[in-house]
Design a protein around this ligand. Structure first.
Ligand SMILES: Nc1ncnc2c1ncn2[C@@H]1O[C@H](COP(=O)(O)OP(=O)(O)O)[C@@H](O)[C@H]1O
Ligand SMILES: O=C(CO)[C@@H](O)[C@@H](O)COP(=O)(O)O
Length: 564
């Protein structure tokens, strides 16, 4: 009898489920549920509580809706019975965290806290804890904390400890009230199985946890703030579970809600980027995978732990058992194309796209594709949402240089795409310079699937061939693979994730090959990009930060109603 596994990828804007045939990796059905509350970056659901700049929240009820909608839908579409589903896995954006009470109830779902911003899920791209991150980095450096080496020299404001500290600083009542502060991924597994098991991937990459050393010392936390001395015991847990293991089984109550059988195996949660690695069939060092969507994550396996400045982290067993998993990233990729289409494209372009039945990205891509490399005379920095790697600074902002009265929207669109490719080249070169080989490049995610011009630009800028995942839902496929490992061989699944990857993962036959003529011009442009990168990103000119400060002060005056 054919057996199936389900994988669910909880992204930035939606949750996506795939139903996969375990013996072949064939995806037989998929379903997408947009989050009802979307990303909350201006208002809370009450419509009256306004969020400050750099906030990005989600509502946990949206995650449960994803389970309730997408699982029955994939079963129905494929006409597969729940009896034939042996396992379920999920992956999530990270670091995406929420405070919960002792019953596992998110604080934002309690009436009395529904209008309190700090009671909600802080999404990975919530950047309002930059101040806490700066102080943390300063103190850690002064104390010579060795963990900094594993995180490229800096802890990002996107990660767990700065976010927790921001709650403590700005809402000590919420901090006190929270029985635990958990990754949203672990919370969903908790809802499915009744067991809270923190996964080693988010703990390792986002919460400064190490397999051998655990969390930083109490003394370190105390040096940040005496109230944080016991943060691990009080709000986290030093019990961390390895990815690739079974978390538990679906409870009766949950089974009724989502249409699966009680007792179905559920895998320990994983992160969207990391879970994608075995899904493209990567199980060895030297192959860098770009997971390209709202943001881009770069995941690479290595044999040894090396110090690589500005990466997000290197975690033993963080991606696959027995190997070092390196992560780097760019905080905004698709997100800044979206910003551009929504804010800077004339109505005539939108009309043309509508009349031709294509979307605005496709129209701009088509126009941009007819430009020669360098023809527009413009270049951009890809920091519209800060810089994750290699500068680890959420306070950096966007830059476009060279525009004239003749500059066209498609030229800017292309410059933004090129900027993200240069950003990736900075990351690849940084890995290589610090002794971590990058021999092959792979890509997956919404953009790798949708925009072939962009993938060709990346091949030309990186001067490397790019292989594309055979799945259009790579993270969800990876999660289904972990689901089949959680079920185990006896149930028709697999013993290890390596066995599952060999059968279920893979890439398309078509690859993107670098064009020498284009690559030569891109070399010149990349040199210019590097100069801008160093000038604006490494302290020679902190104009981006000064502008942010002026903006903050100005808004305070405006909101406070002070009239000069
Ligand atoms: N044809 C396209 N070219 C470039 N970017 C695109 C295109 N279509 C959508 N996008 C961008 O892709 C992002 C969504 O990526 P996707 O992988 O689907 O989701 P997520 O990042 O939530 O996992 C959006 O930011 C959107 O602007
Ligand atoms: O940072 C990570 C993983 O470490 C991602 O979850 C985060 O960049 C969000 O990913 P998406 O852009 O939504 O695919």
């Amino acid at each position: 009898m054919t057996k199936f596994a389900i994988g669910i990828d909880f992204g930035t804007q939606s949750g996506r489920a795939v139903l996969v045939e375990v013996s072949s990796g064939k995806e037989v059905a998929s379903s997408v549920k947009e989050y009802t509350h979307g990303v909350m970056d201006e208002w809370l659901p009450d419509g009256i509580t306004r969020l400050e700049d750099d906030w990005a929240l989600q509502h946990p009820a949206d995650y449960l809706e994803v389970l309730q909608v997408t699982i029955p839908e994939v079963l129905q579409k494929a006409e597969v019975s729940a009896d034939d589903v042996i396992g379920l896995g999920i992956d999530f954006t990270a670091c995406t965290i929420l405070p919960i009470d002792k019953h596992g109830q998110p604080l934002c779902m309690l009436d009395e806290y529904a209008s309190h911003p700090h009671s909600y899920v802080k999404l990975w791209k919530h950047h309002a804890a930059q101040e806490e991150a700066n102080i943390l980095n300063e103190i850690a450096e002064k104390r010579g904390e060795s963990f900094l080496n594993r995180y490229g020299g800096k802890i990002s404001s996107e990660w767990m400890i700065p976010k927790i500290w921001q709650i403590l600083n700005e809402a000590p009542d919420i901090y006190e009230l929270a029985d635990q502060i958990v990754e949203a991924s672990d919370w969903v597994i908790y809802q499915l199985t009744g067991e809270l098991k923190r996964n080693s991937c988010t703990a390792g990459y986002k919460a400064i946890w190490n397999k051998k050393l655990g969390y930083p010392s109490k003394d370190f936390f105390k040096s940040l703030d005496p109230r944080l001395e016991n943060v691990v015991e009080e709000k986290l847990s030093d019990k961390v579970y390895s990815i690739g293991k079974k978390a538990g089984e679906i409870t009766l109550n949950m089974a009724n809600l989502i249409g699966l059988n009680p007792g179905t195996a559920v895998a320990i949660a994983n992160v969207d980027a990391h879970v994608s690695v075995p899904a493209v069939g990567i199980t060895e060092p030297g192959k860098l995978l770009m997971i390209m969507g709202t943001s881009t994550c770069h995941i690479l396996l290595g044999e040894e732990e090396r110090v690589v400045p500005g990466i997000c982290g290197v975690v033993e067993d963080g991606v696959l058992p027995g190997l070092m998993g390196y992560e780097a990233g760019q905080s905004c990729v698709g997100d800044h194309f979206e910003w551009f289409t929504e804010n800077c494209v004339p109505a005539s372009y939108h009309l043309e796209a509508e009349e031709r039945g294509i979307n605005i990205h496709q129209l701009l891509t088509e126009k941009a594709n007819s430009l020669a490399v360098g023809e527009s005379g413009i270049i951009a920095l890809d920091w519209w949402n800060g810089n994750r790697s290699t500068l680890v600074d959420a306070d950096l902002t966007g830059l476009l240089i060279g525009a004239t009265l003749l500059t066209k929207p498609e030229e800017i669109y292309r410059a933004l795409i090129e900027a993200t490719a240069y950003g990736t080249r900075m990351i690849v070169e940084t890995f290589r310079t610090h002794g971590v080989p990058v021999n092959d490049i792979y890509a997956c995610g919404g953009i790798a699937e949708k925009n072939s011009m962009m993938m060709q630009i990346y091949a030309d800028v990186l001067k490397m061939e790019i292989r594309i995942s055979s799945s259009s839902q790579t993270p969800a496929l990876g999660s289904a693979m972990f689901g089949s490992v959680a079920a185990g061989k006896e149930q028709g699944g697999y013993e290890t994730i390596f066995d599952a990857a060999a059968v279920m993962g893979g890439v398309k036959d078509q690859t993107y090959v670098s064009n020498k003529k284009n690559a030569d011009v891109y070399d010149q442009l990349f040199e210019e990009y590097q100069k801008l990168y160093d000038y604006f990103g490494r302290g020679q000119n902190n104009i981006m930060k000064r502008l942010k400060k002026i903006k903050k002060d100005s808004l305070q005056v405006k909101d406070g109603g002070v009239v000069c």
